[in-house]
Design a protein around this ligand. Structure first.
Ligand SMILES: Cc1ncc(COP(=O)(O)O)c(C=O)c1O
Length: 377
């Protein structure tokens, strides 16, 4: 592929950090390097606590567990998302109920959420789709009116803001992903952020099999034997990955700025192409540009355009998933907006290493492909 869809920005500094953690001798999770990363991440997001996890799915699972949902409960979940969001609810025995999205920025529509609230509803999970925060003011008001909790699935929005507040601080609990295609990455990884000390404490134990992490026993004068209060999981991030994440977090503002420059170039080069709608940026929020999604006008064959781009060496894919159409959840809520954009979204290359020449190459290929009469439905 001449221009890859996504690409991590990692190099010598991350390698040096890995050398240092090797030398320290503490490679497993919940160690000193993870604690340092957690403290820096909480500072960056403006939350009281951050917990480093194995991935975003495990952070979401912990979040739903500590906020309280299980068999017999329903959790209203933004439909247009990677199915980790719905899975995290299903893992607890609760039922995900999928709510339709806004047609412009594809995050969950607050009125759709409110229409689905039932006596069984325990909480709401919003998703910052492609890196732009959802409507937290309105969603927070819905949650407060009905006595529900609210989770921000910020898997894609590291570095974004909403009304000047950082993604990761916009709900009762937020979760990040540090998977290889995310804005900052250690290959895999995630985090859970909250201001609530009791939720952080319980999630911290649950992520280490239901007990206190070993770091707390370092240097103890006696031989305290930990007790297991709950059946937890191993959802820890290795300290090796935490070392990489500390470097990535320092780079975050520059990486988001590079992505924003690429987005601005796409707008300049493709803004006049009537066959596509470019992503909408709302003035009260700053986009992290984890994914750049163009929406094909009705009548353009998205799949044919994608194949044409791939023939030109341009990486591309669909947007994300319409969860309600995944048979695994065993039911089909009606989410027509999500079902529609699923067929019309095309993600084109977006990462912090894109050159202007590559952006021009992508824009030229997109312009040709969407205007080619062979690529009409
Ligand atoms: C919105 C959303 N939530 C959760 C996840 C799961 O992240 P992870 O792979 O870190 O578990 C993803 C991954 O793409 C995602 O996009």
């Amino acid at each position: 592929m001449t221009v890859p869809l996504g690409q991590p920005t990692v190099g010598e500094e991350e390698l040096e950090a890995v050398r240092e953690v090797f030398a320290s001798g503490w490679l497993s999770g919940a160690g000193p390097t993870s604690r340092a990363f957690e403290s820096e991440l909480a500072d960056a997001a403006g939350t009281a606590h951050a917990l480093a996890t194995s991935n975003c799915g495990s952070a979401l699972h912990l979040a739903v567990k500590v906020l309280g949902a299980g068999p017999g409960d329903e959790v209203i979940v933004a439909d247009y998302t990677f199915p980790a969001t719905g899975h995290a609810v299903a893992w607890t025995g609760a039922r995900p109920v999928f709510a339709d999205i806004r047609p412009d920025i594809w995050s969950v529509a607050p009125d759709s959420v409110e229409s689905l609230i039932s006596p069984r509803t325990a909480g709401i999970i919003a998703v910052d789709v492609a890196g732009q925060p959802a409507d937290y003011e309105e969603l927070g008001a819905v949650a407060a009116r009905h006595g529900l909790w609210l989770i921000e699935d910020a898997a894609c929005s590291s570095g974004a803001t909403y009304n000047g507040r950082p993604a990761g601080s916009l709900a009762d609990i937020a979760t990040f992903s540090f998977h290889g295609r995310k804005v900052i990455t250690a290959g895999e990884g995630g985090a859970l952020l909250t201001d609530n000390a009791a939720w952080d404490d319980r999630a911290r134990k649950l992520h280490t099999y239901g007990t206190e992490p070993a770091l707390g026993r370092e240097g103890a004068s006696a031989l305290p034997i930990p007790t297991f209060g709950e059946v937890g999981h191993n959802y820890r991030m290795s300290d090796v990955l935490a070392a990489i994440m500390r470097v990535q977090l320092r780079k975050l503002p520059a990486l988001v700025a590079a992505r924003a420059r690429a987005a601005a170039s796409y707008r300049q080069l493709l803004g006049d192409v009537e066959e596509i709608v470019l992503p909408v940026e709302l003035p009260d929020r700053a986009h992290a540009w984890q994914t750049y999604i163009a929406t094909m006008a009705v009548g353009i064959d998205r799949d044919a355009v994608a194949m044409a781009l791939r023939r030109d060496g341009i990486g591309c894919t669909f947007g994300t998933y319409a969860s309600h159409l995944q048979g695994v959840y065993g039911h089909t809520d009606a989410c027509p907006v999500s079902a529609d954009v699923l067929t019309r979204h095309l993600a084109i290359p977006m990462h912090a290493n894109l050159t202007e020449t590559q952006i021009e190459q992508v824009a030229g290929a997109v312009r040709r492909a969407v205007r080619d009469p062979a690529n009409r439905t």
